[in-house]
Every structure is written in C-alpha cells, then in structure tokens.
Design a binder for this molecule. Structure first.
Ligand code: PEP
Ligand code: MG
Length: 929
C-alpha cells in the first residue's frame, strides 16, 4: 500500500491508553470510550486512530501514513487475545465496528461501518458461534449495505426495494422476522446490486475491508452534509476525524438483546429524569434509521429489570463523573450490558439553563461553573420564537432558499407580503406574515409591526431597519442579496426558485437562513422559568459592568426593565418619528428646515425661538417657514409625551436621550415614488394646478436634501448645528417632561446626548446653546433637574481627540455601529450583502465587525478614548450603545476596558448580563493564576 511519510507521535491508542482529556486527538467518542474503560465500565475492547492520521491522510493526497498498518495489525492482535477470537477466522470470528468521531460532536454527519470482518465463509462460522444463523446473516446483510454505501458509494435506496420485496414475499413486516434462508437470498441480491452499481464486489478479505473502511471514514469528514454542518456551527474544517475500531457486540441475538440511547436528564426541558429509547433485538443503526419505532426506556425496567438498574446506575455514575448531562449509547447482548458511547448531550437553551442551575443547587458543579456553561446567545434565543424542530436535516436544507445576514434573532414562518399595506391587511385576517422588501424604510414600520418576520435584500445588521426589528424582538434577516424582489409581478426569486406573494417562507434571524417552506415555530414560555431568573440573579451578583438597554418608547423601556436593564443607554429619538401618523410632521419639519433657517438668520438671527411663530409676519404665512414651525410644534408635543412616558417608567435610573440623528434619506419620501405620484396627478382629470405645484415643491425640496452618501452626510450634530430650532425643541421637550414628572414627585435622571461629533467645538457650541434652553425651562417651572450633558464617540476623530472633548462632556457613549463603519470605511447598510460574508468565509476577516467588535482596530480607538477621556475628566461616565453591547465577546472586551455599562436592545439584556458576569469571572480566574 502507498504510504505517506511517518507522523510524529502515536498513531493508535488502545482504550486503556487514552482518557477524556484527549478529545482533540482521539475525538469525543474515542476519548470518552477510553475514559469509560478506565472507570471500569463495560466497554467492548477497542482502539482509536488519531485525528492527526486523518489530517495527514488529506494533506498527503489521501494516503495513510507509514506505520499505521503495522499498528492496526498489532492492535487487532491485542483485541483477538483479549476476546479469544480471531479477525478473519471462520471458526471463531472477531467482527469490529469502524466509527467516525471528531473532537466536536457532529451527530450523524459522518460514517460508521458495523460488522466488519465478515464474508460468506465467516458468516457461516458466526452463525455457528452465535448459535443463531438469522442474527449472523442479518449482520452480514447490514455490513454489505453499509460498506457498499460508505466505501463504494452505492446509494441506500438500491437496497431498500430488495429488502422490502423480500419482506412482502415472506409476508412479514419486521427485518428480524426473516428466516436465515430468506436473508441468504437477500445477501445474494445485495451483492449483485453492488456489482451493478459500483462495478466491483465488497472485498472478501477482512484486512482489505478494514483498510478501505478506515479511509472511507476519514473521507466522510468531507461529505457535503458534514461540511455544511461545520459551516452552520462555525466548526473548523481542518480538525479531521478520529476512527474508533471496536469489537462488535450484538443487540440482535433475540429478545434478551437490544440496543438504545439514553439521556441522564431530559435534553429538551432539562428535567432531572433518565430519558431514553430502546429497540429489542436490533443493532445500532436501527434506532438511528427510524425504520422501527423504539420503545421508551422505561419498558426495559419490566423486560430486563436487572439490566435497567445497572444501566441507570451507570448513567448516574457517568453524569457525576463528567459533571454534565450525558447522552449514552448502549447494547445488551443476551442480557449483558455494554456501553458504546457517552458524550455531553446536546440540549435546548432551556434545558441548558435548567440543568446548569439544578446541578449547581445539587452541589455537582459550582454556581460559577453554571454561569460559565451557558452561552450568552442561548439566553437571547430563549426570549424569541424558535423552530419546533432543528432545521439541519437534509430535507430541511433542501428547502433552503437563500442566506442573508442574521439581524434579529428568532424563527418566523408566514406568508410572503411585498408591501407594508398588504402585510397589515393579511395580519388583520389572522395570517402570520413575513414582510419581504428590497430594503426597509420608516414608511414600512406599520408593516414591520404587523409581521412575524422581516426579510430585506439590502441593509446591514446595524442598518436602522435591523435595529428597529431587534428592538421589537421581531426576527429579521437583512442583506439577502441572493433574493431578488419583483414588486410589480409580486414575487421573489432566489437561486433559481420563485416564491409568489401568499406562499409560505420561514426564516431564522439567528442564522440568516431563509426557507421556502412553512415550519412550525414555538414561543418561549418564560413566566415560570425560575432557573433562568436564578441564573441571572447569580450573574448580577458577579458582574461589574452595568447593563442598560436601547429603548425608544415607554413600552420598550418597560420590557427592558422586566429583563433586568439598569438604565436606558440610548433612546433614538428619531425612532419616535416612525409612526405613520407622525411621519408627515417630521417630513415637513426636515423638508422646510433649510428655508426656515434662511429666514431666521435674515430676520432675527439666533434669537428667534420656535414659540415666536405668532410673530411671523404675513409674508411668511403658508410659506415653508410657517410649515416648519407648525411641524416643529407638533413634533415637540409628541416628543414631550414620549419622554414623559419613558422617564416615568425608568424613575431614578439614568435615561440617555440622543438628539436627532436622522440620516435624511431614511425620512424623506423616495424620489421614484414622488415622480410616479406626480405623473399620476398630472394625468388625472380634475386635479388643480395648485395640487400639482405642491407636489412639485415637495419633489424639489426632497431633491435638494438628497445626498450621495447620506450616512456620511448631513447627519447628527451637523443637522443640529445647521438647524438650531430642532435640537432646541428636543431639549425643551426633555426638560418639560422632566420638570413635569418632578412636580408629580417622580424622580428622573435624564442625560442629553449629542450624536456624531467630530470636534470639541461642535460640542462646546451645542452645550452652550442647549444649556440656555434647559435653564430657561427649569427657571420657568421653578424646578431643578439633575441632568447630564454628553456625547457619543462614534467617529474616529472624536475618539482620537477624546481628551479635549471630555472637557465639555459629562459622559461618553461609544456608538460602535458608526465607529465600525467609519473606521473600516465600510457602509453599514451595504457591506454585509456585498462582500463581508465572503471576507469572513475566506478568512480575510475573522468575524463580522458589525456584530462582534473589531478589538484590534475599533477597540484600539476605544481604548485610547477611554484613557484620554478619563484623564481629562476622572468622573466621566463611560458606556457603549452600539449593537455590540449584546454580543458576548464584545461585552468581555468592554469589561476589560473598564466601561461603566453596556447598552443593548431589550431582548439581549439577559445575554449581556450573563456575558458581563462571565467576563468578571474570567478576570478573577486570571488574577488568581
Ligand atoms: C452607533 O452608531 O453605534 C449608534 C448607536 O447609533 P446609530 O446606530 O443610531 O447610528
Ligand atoms: Mg450612530
């Protein structure tokens, strides 16, 4: 045989030689078998070929390394002597299983071959040895089928009709009811089918079988489903699989034999009860293949009470030993129990939390370990709907339509609607709706709130549409550029498939996957979830970082409070404008702002306050100036109302209200829509020239405010400096709300925040002018408000000049969405859909910097700004309010940077609390080392 150069180190480990710490080398399955052998548990003898051999197999062009063959022979010899059987002997045969098993568990994704070492002659011998010809031929039949499938790539459906026809002819329904003669005939038919499909026979020589099987199991590391699974779970493609060779034990020797699986606790709920399934008179793959319905494990307690007692005792021993929930495979051979595998069980997020808390309370693990066992993201998943079943099966993956960027976690399934009105109408009919749009705009907000999920072709995970859905807990996938929406035809196309309005799609806002099928979703039931509350209570006692929430309405604030938020770190006031009833006033305000400002400067300069509008002369009546001030007044009214609501809910907790930061394009009517409307008006009979002129005016104004790069344009404090009455109105609304509440005996802690500054001078001027407004309101009311005045640090220049800025700011809040956009120079609305995903797949960037903070670049700016800011003003309050505030790895970084708090959307608050606790625990572990 051609061999690759020798590898350094041992190629093969007997079970007695390895242990549970060696999963990287021996795979999870192999290392746990070693550990079980050490514990004296009944494991069939065997050995493990290391993952390094697999890596070498691929790196050397699919050849086995020198020395492997000799090691395999030696180890088979050892098996032979320990069992007093012989590999390849027809009188006393030893059969083995050849099993895949990587360091990370990938259930069912790779291949395993059972009953290897058999041929016609050996099958006869086995029949005699077992005194059970049926079981021997059954084992041979299974071997041929699996071997042909795995090694010779003969599809399974070649065998099903042969077996099915034989059963029909024999008038039986179960495999084990076939007679030895009938099985022999099936074996001959199988062999012929294999020859026909692969052009060759399954080798008779057991050693050739072994070699080909080991190689095929190595190759199964790279089956499309295994590659897809690793992509799905972010597992490295380079690890390779170990191969475990284990002597066969037989669950198909009659009624006192069987095979099954068990969990030491319920993997769905976490409840402490042994749960499992069992198939009498069967071999392992029967349980997995799903052809026969397994019986509940509890039945074993009646049919074989002693085996059941032994099994449950071993299950407890293993859970205690591993100090974690175990998933165990076992076989009973004529009343004798064997354990074939144990591993930490996969579990739902709910079960993960319950099991961790219960185990800590039982004293099996510490509270700290319980906190460290849960991934912060799992807590977020607990708060949003999820698919009732995992969609990683081949069938579900067939319905995969496209993949976009995961913008707001949770699963949704519903009929496709392509516009907001249709979504609202369908929702009123009781339909679950998924709103699909090329991109979302504020105009769509009523459609968004009526939908169970949102899908957009463009826009990034920090685009404002995504931010809105995240705040509302609506699952959302954005940047799905594979989807092309044809609004006129009312359909979408993606990867060659067409979906019409009204058809069902499902999406997973946690993974970005979109499916052309309806899948059942489940809502979380958290009211009674005591263990979740307990875990977060423990987290709060450990964490140092504050966890605040980004909330724009009193409802969001209430939600945030109930999820444990300690303050509001960002109230995006422009989100209050999204209501369709408010949007027209906001548009009027923005569209007419330039004209009003020109008039204000010409007439009375900075002295003209909004309420002076009554003094406006006849000249400006019905003019843009009047329209501006009327709109401003309307906006002031609803803002005062909203601020009052939020401040009341939050009481004596801090509430940071950011002044207007509207990238104008998000609030202006689209040019195409305006032109279409204009055309329609012009062609309609009976429309007055005045109406047409008004629309033309609107189109002209909208056009004059349009920018080539709105995200880099007239945004944030630049808007505030260009049109002072807008920020003045907002500060007046904040202070009016505050003094009103204080008069009612309700404490408030407003903090006024200026967005997007690049220079201290912007801050200095705005602080000066806006403080005058705040003072005036307090004076008039005769009430003092303890408020702060601070800024976002979200441009690289602001971060670099933070020392100066801190001189005029009481607090900094890092806006990591814009800071990432501007540091990378990547548009946050476009990068994900255009190139970022391939950047990550190809390893150019390690992760999406809009989801998890780029610690090296953006993080360095933050580090600098913190140091400079604190030096200039030691009392500076420091926090972060970009979307990174809910991401575990980023939270750990912010903890290390010594921030006071992180602020994230309400549904991510629990995840951030846990991540903050984990960061504190990691720090104390480091100091203890
Ligand atoms: C930010 O830029 O991080 C931020 C919070 O502001 P927005 O997302 O509203 O631009
Ligand atoms: Mg920003």
């Amino acid at each position: 045989m051609a061999t690759a150069p020798p590898l350094v180190g041992k190629l093969v480990y007997r079970f007695e030689e390895g242990d549970a710490t060696q999963s990287e080398l021996l795979g999870g399955k192999g290392s746990n078998l070693c550990e079980m052998a050490h514990l004296g548990l009944p494991v069939p003898p065997g050995f493990v070929i290391t993952t390094q051999v697999c890596q070498s197999y691929f790196s050397s062009g699919q050849t086995l390394p020198e020395g492997l063959w000799e090691s395999l022979r030696e180890n088979i010899d050892l098996l032979e002597s320990s069992l007093a059987r012989e590999f390849g002997s027809s009188s006393n045969p030893l059969l083995v299983s050849v099993r895949s098993g990587a360091a990370v568990s990938m259930p069912g994704m790779m291949d395993t071959i059972l009953n290897l070492g058999i041929n016609d002659e050996i099958a006869e011998g086995l029949a005699r040895l077992m005194d059970n010809p049926r079981a021997a031929y059954d084992a041979y039949r299974r071997f041929l089928q699996i071997y042909a499938g795995v090694v010779l790539e003969v599809p399974n459906d070649v065998f099903e009709p042969i077996l099915g026809d034989a059963k029909t002819r024999a008038q039986v329904s179960q495999d084990h009811q076939l007679s030895p003669e009938q099985l022999r005939a099936i074996i001959e038919d199988y062999k012929e089918a294999i020859r026909r499909h692969s052009g060759r026979d399954v080798p008779e020589d057991p050693w050739t079988q072994l070699k080909e099987a080991v190689e095929a199991v190595f190759r199964s590391w790279n089956t499309p489903r295994a590659i897809h699974y690793r992509d799905y779970y972010g597992i490295s493609q380079d690890l390779g699989t170990a191969v475990t060779v284990m002597s066969m034990v037989y669950g198909n020797l009659g009624d006192t034999s069987g095979t099954g699986v068990l969990f030491t606790r319920d993997p769905s709920s976490g409840k402490k009860e042994v749960l499992g399934e069992y198939l009498p008179n069967a071999q392992g793959e029967d349980v997995v293949a799903g052809g026969r319905t397994p019986r509940p494990l509890a039945e074993l307690a009646t049919s074989m009470p002693q085996v059941y007692r032994q099994l449950t005792a071993m299950a407890h021993q293993l859970e205690n030993h591993y100090r974690d929930l175990q998933d165990i495979e076992f076989t009973v051979e004529e009343g004798r129990l064997f354990l074939l595998q144990t591993r930490n069980a996969k579990r739902t997020p709910m079960a993960a939390v319950k099991a961790a808390v219960d185990m800590a309370e039982e004293g099996l693990i510490t509270r700290q370990e319980a906190l460290l066992r849960i991934k912060p993201d799992e807590l977020s998943q607990l708060l949003v709907p999820k698919f009732a079943e995992a969609l990683d099966s081949a069938e579900a993956q067939d319905s995969l339509l496209a993949r976009g960027a995961p913008a707001s976690p949770g699963a949704a399934s519903g009929i496709v609607c392509f516009d907001a009105e249709a979504a609202v109408a369908a929702a009123l009919q009781g339909e679950a709706v998924i709103l699909v749009r090329p991109e979302t705009k504020p105009d769509d907000i009523h459609g968004i709130t009526a939908s169970v999920g949102v899908l957009t072709c463009r826009g990034g995970v920090t685009s404002h549409a995504a931010v809105v859905t995240r705040g509302m807990g609506i699952p959302c996938v954005v940047s799905c550029e594979e989807v092309w929406v044809d609004l006129e035809q009312g359909c979408l196309t993606a990867n060659g498939k067409t979906v019409w309005a009204g058809e069902y799609i499902s999406l997973d806002g946690g993974t970005g996957e979109v499916f052309h099928a309806a899948y059942k979703t489940e809502l979380p039931e958290l009211d009674e979830f005591e263990e979740g509350k307990t875990l977060l209570g423990w987290a709060d006692r450990v964490k140092r970082l504050g966890v605040w929430a980004n909330a724009d309405t009193p409802q969001d604030a209430t939600q945030a409070l109930s999820l444990g938020a300690e303050g509001i770190g960002l109230c995006r006031t422009e989100h209050m404008f999204l209501d369709p009833e408010r949007l027209p006033a906001v548009r009027q305000m923005l569209l007419n702002a330039p004209a009003a400002e020109e008039w204000r400067r010409d007439n009375s300069g900075a002295g003209m306050a909004p309420k002076d509008q009554d003094q406006l002369g006849e000249l400006v009546r019905k003019s843009p100036v009047r329209k501006f001030y009327e709109a401003l007044d309307q906006v002031r009214r609803f803002q005062t109302e909203d601020f009052t609501g939020i401040l009341r809910v939050m009481g004596n907790r801090p509430v940071i209200i950011r002044l207007l930061d509207a990238p104008l394009h998000e609030f202006l009517p689209s040019q195409e829509e305006l032109l279409a409307e204009l055309e329609e008006l012009r062609s309609k009979p009976g429309v007055s020239s005045g109406q047409i002129a008004e629309k033309e005016d609107l189109a002209r104004l909208a056009d004059s405010l349009r920018e080539a790069n709105p995200m880099l344009g007239h945004r944030g404090c630049r808007l505030g400096l260009s049109f002072p009455p807008i920020y003045q109105m907002q500060v007046e609304a904040i202070m009016t709300a505050s003094v009103g509440l204080i008069k009612q005996g309700c404490p408030v802690q407003p903090e006024i925040m200026i967005p997007l500054i690049v220079d201290v001078e912007e801050m200095r001027r705005l602080r000066r002018d806006l403080t005058a407004v705040a003072e005036a309101v307090q004076q008039e009311a005769g009430v003092r408000v303890a408020y702060k005045f601070g800024t976002m640090i979200e441009t690289p220049r602001a971060a670099l000049t933070a020392g100066k800025i801190a001189e005029v700011a009481d607090f900094f809040s890092f806006g990591t969405n814009d800071l990432t956009q501007l540091t990378f120079g990547f548009s946050r609305d476009d990068a994900e859909g255009k190139f970022l995903r391939s950047y990550i797949q190809e390893g150019i960037l390690p992760a999406d910097p809009f989801s998890t903070l780029d610690q090296e670049g953006v993080g360095d700016l933050i580090r600098h700004a913190i140091a400079a800011g604190r030096e200039a003003r030691p009392s500076l309050e420091l926090g972060i309010c970009g979307e990174h505030g809910g991401d575990g790895a980023s939270v750990a970084f912010f903890h290390r940077m010594g921030l006071d708090y992180v602020s994230c959307s309400p549904y991510r608050v629990p995840a951030a609390r846990l991540a903050a606790a984990q960061a504190a625990l990691a720090e104390s572990a480091e100091t203890a080392d």
